[in-house]
Design a binder for this molecule. Structure first.
Ligand code: CA2
Length: 166
């Protein structure tokens, strides 16, 4: 999944948007493994919003602050790494829910540290109320802020925060 949203609409990829369209810039919204299933299973845990709903919510929040979003979801760690690398020079900030890779991936942490962009780690659920293995995040130490347990509203809060600090 890879889409640029401008003014809440699905548009052409980032390369086709003019800098005049972009306003304050682009916020990259990354969703990791299994988050493509949002809204289709386990609603008691993850709610009923779909990934498309989350991406629309992010686009609206960004638009309110004069940003656009680029939204990427992948189940493949390498794709997420390439996406983070490509953000350098193209995005002003990053919102990332790396799913289960949060708890396993030194590589994603190194990529986030390398690009030196303000990043916000988001988790839909309160990972601290869940299994012990979800309590540790490799990403938190290299993120500016961490939002857990606010449901999909966490993505909006992350964008509001980035708009404040950027
Ligand atoms: O709470 C979160 O946002 C998580 O990042 C979600 C991950 C989990 O591994 C993290 O510990 C916390 C799992 C994403 C799975 O998403 C699904 C959505 C709907 C149905 C099934 C899975």
């Amino acid at each position: 999944m890879h889409a640029l949203y401008l003014a809440g609409d699905r548009l052409a990829p980032m390369t086709e948007a003019s800098s005049a369209d972009i306003g304050r810039g682009t916020i990259l919204v990354i969703n990791g493994p299994n988050l493509n299933l949002l809204g289709t299973r386990e609603p008691e845990k993850y709610g009923t919003s779909t990934l498309a709903d989350v991406e629309d919510l992010a686009a609206s929040a960004a638009k309110a602050h004069g940003f656009v979003v680029e939204c990427v979801q992948s189940n493949h760690e390498g794709v997420l790494l390439d996406t983070i690398h490509a953000a350098r020079g193209n995005a002003a900030g990053i919102v990332i829910n790396a799913g289960a890779f949060t708890h396993t991936s030194v590589a994603l942490r190194d990529a986030l540290a390398a690009v030196q962009l303000p990043a916000v780690e988001v988790h839909i659920t309160n990972v601290h109320q869940r299994e012990e293995f979800r309590h540790h995040s490799y990403l938190s130490p290299v993120c500016s802020a961490v939002i857990v347990g606010a449901g999909v509203t966490g993505y909006r809060l992350a964008i509001d925060y980035l708009a404040e600090v950027l």
